[in-house]
Ligand binder design. Structure first.
Ligand code: AMP
Length: 396
């Protein structure tokens, strides 16, 4: 698989799939330009090599052509981030697009309209992909956020370029390498901390991690399903009764594989799901009816901190509690701090998933973590050991 630096782009047009799925306010102003900034290195590289750039992206989940999802609104923000003018064409295929692409000169940037205005995009339609392929001499995929989807623009389009005329973008390359560094080439002991609301959304991740890690720490809402499977009283805590058998199997598997699976030993419990709730700290098997666990307790935090301190590689996805409420953010924050300290002492740390990243940002620990992934679903798929269609399509 080639990368951008290996392409001869002089006087050529690069069709670049980016992830500009950015949030906007009521005035259609971009409120978070992280994803635009993340695509800049690839765009700059193409321009520097004497090429021109045809950008394509989706934004939101429009049902057909819904004006409010038009990419025209984000042109000013892209121009601001890139420091260059950006042309816009109100379609992604067809004669108007072909003309705009044909007129594009080296050094110029053209943005196509939201790909999802065509339902063919998410269906991975071949005819639509073939039309998209007309928009460039080369195809570059830098949309890491959608690399786990076999959509027309993320995977199918690559069929219309031979392997010397397609490449992985710089963001995607960096993401994949940084995740593999922890997951596949991490120095032992490797510790994964997996949290979040439900075990059902992360079964594949946990199963795959059992083949990779020395310590698997389960926190957040999903821990109660494991604790219930062990016969503990979990009161009114969040639980997935239909996943109790899965939890039992995961615990057996961990034992067989010699993985140290750690569950919380105490909790901060609350008498309602609210920041104003009354709270108590109790042992993990002593949550009374009418109360629910909303954060891990101090003993658990100390245990986790000790394990993190002794790890050489740390992977973290998912909060330890309902961190949106300040009262229950402590566990999540302490995990972030411990990972920051371990990283300062030489460990390699990978943090991903919106909530864990938000916690790291809130604590100002961005510089103390080795790599913060921008991926959501795609990161979970990688952690689950799944092949990414967006990457595979670039390989042959
Ligand atoms: P996920 O999207 O699966 O990573 O889950 C994130 C959500 O899990 C956050 O919104 C948290 O508030 C929620 N969560 C974490 N711990 C708990 C808990 N003990 N009870 C209920 N929800 C939780």
């Amino acid at each position: 698989m080639k990368n951008v630096d290996q392409l001869d782009l002089k006087n050529k047009k690069a069709l670049v799939r980016v992830d500009f799925n950015v949030p906007v306010n009521e005035q259609f102003e971009v409120t978070d330009n992280t994803r635009i900034k993340a695509a800049k290195p690839t765009i700059d590289a193409v321009l520097k090599k004497g090429g021109s750039v045809v950008l394509m992206s989706h934004r939101g989940r429009p049902k057909g052509k819904e004006e409010k999802y038009s990419l025209k609104y984000i042109v000013p923000e892209i121009e601001k981030v890139l420091g260059k003018p950006v042309k816009f064409v109100p379609d992604s295929i067809g004669s108007e697009v072909e003309k705009a692409v044909k007129d594009l000169k080296p050094g110029e940037i053209l943005l196509l309209e939201n790909l999802r205005f065509y339902p063919e995009e998410t269906k991975g339609d071949e005819t639509f992909a073939k039309e998209l392929a007309k928009n460039g001499d080369y195809y570059i995929n830098d949309a890491f956020g959608t690399a786990h989807r076999a959509h027309a623009s993320t995977a199918i389009v690559a069929r219309y370029f031979d392997k010397d005329h397609k490449a992985v973008g710089k963001l995607m390359e960096q993401e994949v390498k940084s995740i593999q560094k922890a997951l596949d080439y991490g120095e032992h002991p490797i510790t994964a901390i997996i949290g979040g609301a439900k075990v059902s959304s992360k079964i594949g991740v946990i199963e795959n991690l059992l083949n990779k890690v020395d310590n698997l720490i389960i926190v957040g809402g999903m821990a109660y399903t494991f604790l219930k499977a062990l016969g503990n009283n979990i009161g009114d805590s969040i639980v997935e009764d239909d996943k109790i058998e899965v939890a039992k199997k995961i615990m057996e598997e961990a034992k067989k594989k010699g993985v140290n699976l750690i569950l919380p030993v105490d909790f901060v419990i609350a008498d309602s799901f609210s920041n104003d709730a009354h709270t108590k700290i109790v042992k993990a098997n002593e949550i009374p009816q009418g109360w629910q666990g909303l954060d891990i307790g101090p003993e658990t935090i100390n245990k986790i901190r000790e394990i993190i301190k002794n790890s050489k590689t740390i992977i973290w996805n998912g909060p330890a509690g309902v961190f949106e409420f300040d009262k229950f953010a402590n566990g999540t924050e302490k995990i972030g701090e411990a990972i920051g300290e371990a990283t300062q002492n030489g460990a390699y740390s990978l943090v991903g998933g919106g909530d864990s990243v938000a916690a790291v940002q809130k604590l100002g620990l961005e510089d103390k973590i080795s790599y913060i992934s921008t991926g959501g679903g795609v990161l979970l798929d990688m952690l689950a050991g799944k092949e990414l269609p967006g990457l595979k399509a670039l390989q042959s």
